[in-house]
Design a protein around this ligand. Structure first.
Ligand code: PMP
Length: 461
């Protein structure tokens, strides 16, 4: 006899309770630290994102190295979260340590360039296309700057994003379509912003909706990941990028491609692999090996349009001095030195080959288990990133994810993973490889995933 949806939800809830109880018992020191943290920090940890772990509270890290983390209770984890991509180089990579130490001894931040920046600029253009680059302290900052520039040169107010997107702390991107209506994503507070004035949102892979939204002529830029990675993984339909490029060109809309996560596709990002032609290219997170950094690069045409508004001038001329974006620490000597180390020695062709081969092995094993057990789930792997989703079909849009996602089961898997020594990003089930992720790590993951399937089977869900 099969159980009803409500009964099933009740069983999953009780299983989550049991896993959280197991987690508490296994992590007495982290539990105490979390209680103490709540006395000092607004949401318990130094960043509010740190409270989202499915065990009920985060583990406190003693040390992280390569693909592994050890917590203060002495447990070892295979880290497939990798700081939600910021740690994609692996933890504490030697080249980054050496570069950072060398530069720290020579000065971290002076608001003056170092010669390393010349190498970094040339390398960014070699990988991602000839552009004029700016460094920022985060991908959020890079996206905000890209939007500001798009508005400056087009004089238009709106930013178009795809439902289910995430681009950082960017007001314009906090929107989604739910039940056919445009609203704020994840119950996020509107923050006094009139989102009708500043945004348009359409479903990913929907060319007709995109065309209609751009036809109003009021969209400064489309801000998009080349494939969606923040609402599960939503692959892009063949031909969609071509349509996106043609429609943005035709409507005079700036195209911003945010490769912050999809740098995991390969050394030159999805843009390099598929010869995309964004007007503005954005990346961040792993690009300086964990030292806070983002980059954005304008193509020649967009650069010239910006220079027409804010020209290069002798510093004695005071007009147009302030671009309205930046950050005093952006592009500082430390960031530039570590970015150089990452691009020269860590995110190399060779390491990408290894990471992608590891991800392929992981995804093949998961797919095999899903098929052997006839589970209505799937795994998507693109480059060094894999995503397990508890729905039978790959989604094509945010609407598909909203319709098919099983949030309770995701939380249960994440809590179970933590108790079995595996970390994945807390927001959905993304598993990312770094150069140090090993065959032994993949084998252990497979064993744990088998255990999870057994747990569900035993409890009848
Ligand atoms: N763009 C994308 C695609 C992201 O996934 C994120 C963060 N998850 C950001 C931008 C923002 O990055 P940060 O929080 O480091 O500014």
């Amino acid at each position: 006899m099969s159980i009803t949806t409500e009964e099933r939800a009740g069983v999953i809830d009780r299983l989550i309770d049991a896993e959280q109880e197991r987690f508490r018992k296994m992590h007495p020191r982290s539990a105490d630290a979390w209680q103490e943290g709540k006395r000092h920090f607004l949401y318990g940890g130094p960043s509010h994102w740190m409270r989202r772990w499915a065990g009920g509270f985060p583990v406190y890290v003693d040390e992280a190295s390569g693909a592994h983390i050890r917590d203060i209770d002495g447990h070892d984890y295979i880290d497939f979260c990798l700081g939600d991509t910021g740690g994609m180089c692996g933890h504490a990579p030697e080249a980054v340590i050496d570069a950072a130490l060398r530069q720290l001894k020579r000065g971290a931040t002076m608001m003056m360039p170092t010669e390393d920046s010349l190498w970094v600029g040339a390398e960014l253009s070699r990988r991602f296309g000839q552009r004029h680059w700016t460094l920022t302290t985060s991908a959020t900052d890079a996206n905000r700057a890209a939007i500001r520039i798009a508005r400056m040169i087009t004089g238009r107010p709106k930013v178009l994003v795809f439902s289910g997107c995430y681009h950082g702390g960017v007001e314009e991107a906090h929107v989604e379509i739910r039940d056919g209506r445009v609203g704020l994503r994840n119950m996020i507070h509107p923050n006094g912003i009139d989102h009708d004035t500043v945004t348009r949102v359409v479903e990913f892979n929907d060319v007709a909706a995109l065309e209609a939204a751009l036809a109003h002529g009021d969209v400064a830029c489309v801000l998009a990941e080349p494939l969606m990675t923040n609402f599960g993984m939503i692959p892009v339909d063949p031909g969609f990028h071509q349509a996106l490029r043609e429609l943005t060109r035709r409507s005079g809309t700036v195209l911003v491609i945010d490769e912050t996560h999809t740098l995991s596709c390969g050394p030159r990002g999805y843009t390099g692999i598929h010869a995309l032609q964004p007007d503005i290219f954005v990346a961040g997170k792993a690009i300086a090996g964990g030292i806070p950094a983002g980059v954005f690069g304008l193509n020649q045409e967009i650069s010239e349009r910006l220079w027409a508004i804010v020209p290069h001038v002798n510093p004695r001329e005071r007009q147009s001095a302030h671009l309205g974006f930046g950050g005093t620490l952006a592009g500082n000597a430390l960031t530039v030195a570590t970015m150089r180390a990452v691009l020269e020695k860590v995110l190399t062709d060779e390491n990408y080959s290894r990471m992608i081969a590891t991800a392929t092995r992981l995804a093949d094993e998961i797919r095999g288990l899903i098929e052997a057990n006839r589970l209505p789930w799937h795994v998507t792997q693109i480059g060094a990133r894999a995503e397990i989703m508890f729905m039978a079909q790959q989604p094509r849009s945010g609407a598909d994810v909203i319709a098919g996602r099983q949030a309770g089961l995701e939380t249960l898997l994440h809590a179970f993973y933590m108790n079995e020594g595996i970390l994945v990003t807390p927001f959905h089930t993304m598993l990312l490889m770094c150069p140090a992720t090993s065959d032994a790590d993949i084998a252990l993951h497979t064993a744990v995933f088998v255990g999870f399937i057994d747990l569900l089977r035993k409890t009848g869900v």
